[in-house]
Design a protein around this ligand. Structure first.
Ligand code: UDX
Length: 450
């Protein structure tokens, strides 16, 4: 038997994020939480969208030896996810061997925590006899809806005709068929779902969600998946505050916000991968201008198809809005949402943005684009009732009406009140004894026991 004193302490956790902002953020937040609980952290990452080591000086960073370019989200997402997994499987195993050889003689790897989209990591961990845990960057409702797609297809519910798109999906209230997280090539997506996500013998799962928001979905997951689950959201509130932004944050917008009156500004951002065409950009611009409400708008480089026309469009637009609007390429979003001047968020409803908005008690206008965002939008507007959905083609009149309704209408006021209550509940969950706090401690104990 190994002598107690000579036993390698398994204190290093290896993190494997999916190389996109919305997935890197929760993974590095989780890393900070584990680091403050005494674990050493190694991040094994892709070479593109690589996190900035200087923002996390306590972590070690190991790039995967692959030089392929970032997947194109205006193309086929499923093919990109599968290709990424195929590219990385072999080199990840090599990387782990390297990490293991770099460990001091008294320190071993406790476990691997991988983004659920880096699903190859589990097989590699099994081969190396290391425990693995999966991190879901989205929420429980999306996880459940995605897992049901295979059954819905087998029962002939999907694909569905346009006439059925507004119908509720049986047993999936509040989701309508149009809200299901279906991706373009249905057959290949379902194959991926079966292989990567519906495997019920797989590892424990961490969700960046909060019990009280998703009780019913979480109960169903716990019933169907007989694995430990950990609900540790909102992790950006539990983790220390260092930023994991891939783009430079334009902090000048905070000074502009300082000059606006309380709760008057609508913040507009579609996250790190959603995009629109130039016509939609023009509708958004004039919808915001015509609302006569101050706005802070993130127009991310690469997020507009037909980008070369932006300058022409914005010239006339900027003359019209004077100082009432402020446009940046990338904002310090969490600080923006926490600013007293911000009273609403027009969002694509990525899960990080949704959680960040809920944490600050900010009601939302939902403009979901794909994947989990449609599910999130439905929960925001129909279950938590802290937002309204902007449906159909983007049109300036509709945008103006939605902004007015949220920012100065009675309906918006009711949503703001609800959002305030959610914020208070979130505070309780992250305090000692709260559900997320307890979940974090259970996770730490489990990793220590490996
Ligand atoms: C992706 C998916 O699209 C999303 O649906 C999924 O839930 C998570 O992964 P993304 O589209 O980037 O994420 O959206 P979101 O989840 O909202 O994450 C964006 C992150 O970037 C947020 O943490 C937000 O604070 C940050 N951000 C966004 C900035 O820091 N500045 C900005 O200007 C915009």
């Amino acid at each position: 038997m190994e002598e107690q004193g000579k036993r390698r302490r398994r204190v290093r956790v290896v993190l494997v994020p999916w190389p996109f902002q919305g997935h890197i953020n929760p993974m590095l937040q989780l890393g900070s939480i584990l680091h403050s609980n005494g674990f050493s952290i190694t991040v094994v990452h892709a070479q593109y969208n690589s996190p900035d080591p200087s923002s996390h000086p306590d972590f070690s960073f190991v790039p995967l030896p692959d030089t392929s370019s970032a997947p194109d989200f205006t193309g086929e997402i499923v093919a990109s996810i599968v290709q990424l997994s195929t590219n990385y499987k072999a080199c990840f195993q090599e990387c782990l061997a390297q990490v293991m050889s770099q460990q001091g003689s008294d320190e071993g790897i406790a476990c691997i925590i991988h983004d659920e989209l880096m699903y190859f990591s589990e097989a590699v961990a099994n081969a190396l006899k290391l425990p693995s845990i999966s991190l879901t960057a989205s929420n429980a409702a999306h996880f459940l809806a995605r897992s049901a797609l295979v059954q819905l297809k087998a029962e002939g519910h999907i694909p569905f005709p346009e006439s059925k798109s507004q119908n509720l999906v049986p047993e999936f209230y509040p989701l309508r068929f149009k809200d299901l997280p279906i991706l373009e090539k249905l057959e290949s997506y379902l194959a991926l779902v079966s292989k990567a996500f519906n495997n019920k013998t797989s590892s424990p799962i961490i969700y960046n969600t909060i019990d009280f928001l998703e009780n019913s979905s979480l109960e169903k997951i716990q019933h169907q998946w007989q694995v430990p689950i950990f609900t540790m959201g909102p992790m950006h509130r539990i983790a220390s505050t260092s930023s994991s932004s891939l783009l430079e944050e334009d902090t000048s917008c905070l000074a502009w916000l300082d000059k606006q009156s309380c709760k008057s500004v609508i913040y507009v951002s579609l996250g790190s991968v959603a995009f629109m065409d130039i016509k939609e950009l023009a509708e958004m611009a004039w919808g915001l201008a015509n609302s006569h409400q101050p706005f802070l708008w993130v127009v991310r480089p690469g997020s507009v198809l037909g980008e070369e026309l932006i300058e022409v469009l914005f010239k006339e637009f900027k003359e019209n809005i004077d100082d009432r609007g402020y446009i940046v390429k990338w904002a310090p979003q969490k600080k923006v949402l926490a600013h007293v001047a911000v009273g609403g968020f027009l969002s694509h409803c990525g899960w990080n943005s949704t959680l960040e908005s809920i944490c600050e008690g900010i009601p939302m206008i939902c403009r979901p684009c794909f994947m989990d965002q449609k599910v999130n939008a439905r929960y925001i507007s129909q279950v938590w009732r802290v937002g309204l959905e902007l449906e159909g083609d983007l049109e300036r009149g509709e945008i103006k009406r939605a902004v007015k309704k949220l920012m100065v209408g009675e309906e918006g006021e009711a949503m703001r009140e609800k959002a305030k209550k959610l914020k208070e509940n979130v505070e309780l969950c992250i305090k000692e004894g709260g559900s997320s706090y307890n979940s974090m401690n259970r996770l730490v104990e489990m990793i220590r026991s490996f």
